[in-house]
Write a protein of this length. Structure first.
Length: 256
């Protein structure tokens, strides 16, 4: 860089020139003024809202975007998401997230909404939120989506039978709380605690739930309410007599 030196003999002119030089130097942007605001990190908070198998619904997550550095250029961060289960849709409340010039380091948030369909399988799955800045390197954060099992309650019914050596019961328990998801079909049954004759016996309900040919019983949180109105009466003995002609046997003894 070339330098220009000016020599002024007049003191007043030299003073004026010095003042101008100082003003020009002050006006030159420093390195800090040119420093860029950059994306520091992206974090995903916990799930707010309950999702349940068989019912469509939404849950929200707070996404926190942190910026670092200083500078007189605004920073814009575009959010995207990957890894969601099939059938789950997403949306960000604020996207992109922007930082005005000379405001970093600081953080801004955006609300992520995930919506599940009624057919989504229950369980926990992870997903990734990525922030891509208009300048600098992208950053990512991981979240966890939970879809819960569907709660139902089965109540066993009273049953009486004669002793047959088995624990099966003819009565069918009833669904007293909750409901099955659309398209699911339940087969309900109940059994005695043991096969012995007696009264006040415990009957316990059970269920097998199918969606077409797929067993989805584990998609449900089953609460079983037992009945103590089970009776197994003693079996009536049956005596069977068969009359067969007897074949006489003779024994002879010689007496001398």
């Amino acid at each position: 860089m070339s330098k220009l030196f000016c020599v002024f003999k007049d003191r007043s002119i030299r003073s004026f020139a010095a003042l101008i030089a100082i003003m020009l130097i002050a006006a030159i942007p420093t390195q800090a003024a040119f420093a860029a605001q950059t994306l520091g990190s992206v974090g995903v908070g916990g799930q707010t809202g309950t999702l349940t198998y068989g019912t469509s619904g939404s849950a929200t997550f707070t996404v926190t975007v942190n910026c670092t550095g200083t500078g007189n250029a605004a920073l814009s961060v575009t959010l995207s998401i990957s890894g969601l289960p099939t059938g789950v849709s997403s949306g960000f409340g604020t996207n992109p997230v922007t930082f005005a010039k000379n405001t970093c380091p600081t953080s801004h948030t955006s609300t992520l909404t995930l919506t599940s369909s009624s057919t989504n399988t229950p369980g926990s799955s992870s997903f990734t939120v990525t922030g891509t800045p208009n300048t600098g390197t992208a950053q990512s954060g991981t979240g966890s989506l939970l879809i819960g099992t569907r709660p139902i309650t089965l109540t066993a019914q009273a049953n009486t039978k004669a002793y047959d050596g088995l624990t099966s019961a003819a009565a069918v328990p009833t669904l007293t709380s909750g409901s099955l998801a659309t398209g699911d079909v339940g087969t309900y049954s109940e059994t005695y605690d043991n096969a012995s004759a007696g009264t006040g016996k415990t009957l316990t309900p059970a269920a097998v739930i199918m969606k077409g040919t797929t067993n989805v019983t584990t998609y449900y949180n089953l609460t079983g309410i037992v009945s103590t109105l089970g009776v197994i009466s003693k079996a009536t003995p049956t005596l069977s007599i068969t009359n067969s002609p007897a074949t006489p046997t003779f024994r002879c003894t010689r007496w001398n």
